[in-house]
Design a protein around this ligand. Structure first.
Ligand SMILES: [Zn+2]
Length: 285
C-alpha cells in the first residue's frame, strides 16, 4: 500500500497524462453509444459511495481538463440540487443501484424499487446508464437482480457499467480494467507489467503499451488536503478490514492470504498518525 497515493495531485497527473497522450476520455453512455470506440481512450467512471463533496471537487477538476466522465450516485449520495452541476461540467450522471441487497434478495421487489428510484432520479437528471454497488455487507450481489426478460435496457437505459462493457486485460482490442479499490490499481498489463500506484498508471498512459483503459475511481477514496488524506487512509483501511471480517459472504471477490494482521497494524498506525495532526478528525462513516 502506497500511503502517499490517491491525492488530488496524483489524480491531476493522471488527467494530464491521459489528455497529453491523446486518450479520448469517455463516459459510459458515450462509450455505449459509439459504433466503434476511438483508437485510444480512457473510459472513466466514478462510484459515489459517499463523500459527495469530494466527488464535486473531482468533477470540477476534470472539467478544467475538459474531461467528461460518469458519476454514479446512490440514493444516499444523489442530491437533486447538485446533480445539475455535475451535468453542467459535462459529466454523465448515472444510478448506482443496490436494490437486491436492500430488498434482501427479493428480485421482484428489487425491480419495483429500481424502477421507482430511476424515475425519481430522472426528474433531476438524464440517466442513461446504471452501475451496481458492491454492498459488501450483504450476501446478495446487486448485479444478480437482472434476468433475461427484464434487462437494464428495458428501463430505457443504454446499459449497465459492468454488464455492457466488455473488458479484457490480455486483449488489446478491449479495454483493460483497473479500479482504486483497496488503494491499489491492481492491473497487470501485458508489455508493461504491474500497475499499483497512480504514478504507475501515469507511466502506463505515457508508455504506449495500452491504448484502451477502463478506470474506476471512487471519489471517497481520494483526498484534497493533508488532513483529509490521513482521514481517507484510515477510513479505507477500516472499510477493507470490515469487508474481510464479513468473511465468506463475498468469497469470490475476497483476496486470499492472511493480511488481517497487517490491516490491523496499519489501522493502528493511521489512527496514531492522525491523532498527531492538529485539526485532523476521523469521521467513521
Ligand atoms: Zn459502490
Amino acid at each position: 500500500m502506497n500511503v502517499r497515493d490517491f491525492t488530488f495531485d496524483a489524480y491531476e497527473r493522471f488527467l494530464q497524462a491521459a489528455t497529453e497522450n491523446d486518450f479520448e476520455v469517455l463516459t459510459v453512455a458515450s462509450y455505449l453509444q459509439r459504433d466503434e470506440p476511438p483508437e485510444r481512450f480512457v473510459l472513466l467512471r466514478h462510484d459515489v459511495d459517499r463523500k459527495l463533496d469530494i466527488a464535486y471537487s473531482m468533477a470540477q477538476l476534470e472539467a478544467r481538463y475538459d474531461v467528461s466522465s460518469t458519476y454514479y450516485f446512490r440514493t444516499s449520495t444523489f442530491d437533486p440540487d447538485l446533480v445539475g452541476a455535475f451535468e453542467g461540467f459535462g459529466h454523465e450522471v448515472g444510478y448506482h443501484y443496490e436494490e437486491l441487497a436492500r430488498a434482501n434478495g427479493d428480485v421482484d421487489l428489487a425491480y419495483e424499487r429500481f424502477e421507482r428510484t430511476l424515475e425519481a432520479f430522472r426528474r433531476h437528471a438524464t440517466i442513461e446508464t446504471a452501475c451496481s454497488h458492491g454492498s459488501p455487507l450483504s450476501p446478495h450481489r446487486n448485479l444478480d437482480m437482472w434476468d433475461e426478460e427484464r434487462p437494464p435496457e428495458s428501463f430505457d437505459l443504454l446499459g449497465e457499467a459492468y454488464l455492457s462493457v466488455e473488458k479484457d486485460d490480455e486483449d488489446p482490442t478491449l479495454p483493460s480494467y483497473c479500479s482504486d479499490t483497496g488503494r491499489r490499481w491492481g492491473l497487470v498489463e501485458p508489455g508493461f507489467g504491474l500497475v499499483e500506484t497512480t504514478a504507475d498508471l501515469v507511466s502506463l498512459l505515457e508508455s504506449g503499451a495500452c491504448d484502451k483503459l477502463y478506470v474506476l475511481a471512487h471519489p471517497g477514496r481520494w483526498s484534497r488536503t493533508g488532513p483529509e488524506f490521513v482521514e481517507r487512509v484510515a477510513w479505507d483501511v477500516a472499510a477493507e478490514a470490515g469487508k474481510r471480517a464479513v468473511g465468506p459472504v463475498h468469497q469470490a471477490t475476497q483476496q486470499s492470504g492472511s493480511i488481517g494482521a497487517d490491516v490491523t497494524q496499519t489501522l493502528a498506525r493511521s489512527v496514531a498518525v492522525s491523532r498527531q495532526l492538529a485539526g485532523a478528525t476521523i469521521r467513521w462513516r
